[in-house]
Every structure is written in structure tokens, then in C-alpha cells.
Design a protein around this ligand. Structure first.
Ligand code: FE2
Length: 141
């Protein structure tokens, strides 16, 4: 099969297309606040901007605070993830919240503690409109 020139071209074309897809980073599909349209998808992160080292504080992430996002089987927020990028560069996965459509509202609150300043990132996934992100900085004194 590969001895025929037309089949070699087909195989090379397929490999090239796959490698082109593989070169695209997931970050390129993330939607930032600037991409917001009529519906509100950007996760709003609520946290103190200054905390004491090792002291527990609350982080809340809300999607659709100003304009509620639909919460139906056909259109809903499926999950919220929260990460911390510490000032020394390490990235910590703080939590994943898997939400049941129609039952669970896209609002999560949990407690964390930090020993160094960090950027807190929140991602959320809308089953229709994709993955959205936001971030806030928290300074540890
Ligand atoms: Fe949506």
C-alpha cells in the first residue's frame, strides 16, 4: 500500500495535519475577560488581596454574578478549577468543583492558606461557550 506514491502523499498529509494540531497549546482556547459578550462567563474571584503567611482565608469563585448564566441541561457551567501560581513559579492545583447542571449553581467557596504571594487563577467550563479564565493577586505579608 505504501509503495504507491498517492498513498505516501496521503500518509504524509495526515501526519502533517496532526502535528499542526499538536502544536497548538491549550492556552490558545482559553477566553479572557476581554472576550466577554452578552452572557457573563468570566469567573469572578473574591479573595483578600493581602493575607498573613500561613493564615487561612476564604476564596470564592462566582460565574455570572452580574448577569446569571443559564443553568439547564442544554447550557450550563460544568466545572470550576482554581490554581495558585506562587511567586517562586510553582503552580498549585487548589481545587476542582464538578457541578451538576440545573442543581448546582456556579458559585464555590473554600479556604486556603499561602506562605508566599501568589496569583490565583480560576477557570470555568461552559458546555456551549468553552473555557474562561480570570486571575487575582494575593500578597502574603
Ligand atoms: Fe455559556
Amino acid at each position: 500500500m505504501f509503495h504507491r506514491p498517492e498513498n505516501r502523499i496521503l500518509v504524509l498529509k495526515t501526519l502533517t495535519e496532526r502535528s499542526m494540531v499538536g502544536m497548538e497549546y491549550f492556552g490558545s482556547v482559553l477566553k479572557a475577560p476581554e472576550a466577554e459578550g452578552r452572557e457573563k462567563h468570566v469567573p469572578v474571584i473574591k479573595a483578600l488581596n493581602k493575607v498573613k503567611a500561613g493564615e487561612v482565608f476564604q476564596v470564592a469563585v462566582v460565574v455570572g454574578e452580574a448577569t446569571p448564566h443559564p443553568n439547564t441541561l442544554e447550557h450550563h457551567i460544568k466545572w470550576i478549577q482554581v490554581y495558585a501560581k506562587l511567586e517562586k513559579g510553582r503552580v498549585i492545583h487548589l481545587g476542582t468543583f464538578d457541578l451538576a447542571p440545573t442543581f448546582a449553581e456556579p458559585k464555590v467557596t473554600f479556604d486556603i492558606k499561602l506562605n508566599e504571594s501568589a496569583l490565583i487563577y480560576a477557570l470555568e467550563y461552559c458546555n456551549i461557550h468553552g473555557v474562561w479564565e480570570n486571575s487575582v493577586s494575593v500578597t502574603v505579608e
